[in-house]
Design a protein around this ligand. Structure first.
Ligand code: ZN
Length: 171
């Protein structure tokens, strides 16, 4: 498996709406496995394909307790129902390192997706899993978690990230 490099905000590719996967061929299967590898390497709980520069509707995630591994692959995920009740979680993003902000989202969501074998599935997600899948599906629509913040806070973070990217390029 190959570890992929992660795009950092701001990057125009992180603002694009991704296309549906129509055929789960070997290249998609390899992408999924590489994304899982990459997510674990950076200790993330979720990763969306646009974060590695592939503008396709593919998400991997694993919000298991530490020490456990239960990765799931969601191809063309779509929220079909969300609860009226909301929960706040402190979110972070591998594309926006060192930034954490509390975001409010529906507590439970029902998601339709295709698995790596091409089988259509539907699952309910709650707790951290719910926040994570909503965060990842947002990525597929070119939306970042900082887009839920006010414009001042958001531009402050973007400025900070531009500096961060400059600094790591110097190293
Ligand atoms: Zn993210």
């Amino acid at each position: 498996m190959t570890q992929l490099s992660i795009l950092l905000h701001p990057d125009p590719r992180l603002k694009k709406v991704c296309t549906q996967v129509t055929n789960i061929d070997d290249s998609i299967k390899k992408l999924c496995l590489d994304m899982i590898d990459t997510m674990y390497k950076y200790s993330g709980v979720g990763l969306a394909a646009p974060q590695v520069g592939i503008l396709k509707r593919v998400v991997v995630m694993d919000c298991s307790e530490e020490g456990e591994k239960n990765p799931i692959i969601l191809i063309n995920p779509e929220i079909v129902w969300s609860s009226e009740e909301n929960t706040k979680f402190e979110e972070g993003c591998l594309s926006i390192p060192e930034i954490r902000e509390e975001i409010q989202r529906p507590s439970v969501v029902q998601v339709k997706f295709t698995d790596i074998n091409g089988i259509l599935e539907e699952s309910n997600f709650e707790g951290l899993w719910s926040t994570c899948i909503q965060h990842e599906i947002d990525h597929l629509n070119g939306k970042l978690f900082i887009d839920y913040l006010g414009p001042i806070k958001r531009s402050f973070i973007t400025k900070k990230m531009k500096k961060y990217k400059k600094d790591i390029n110097k190293k």
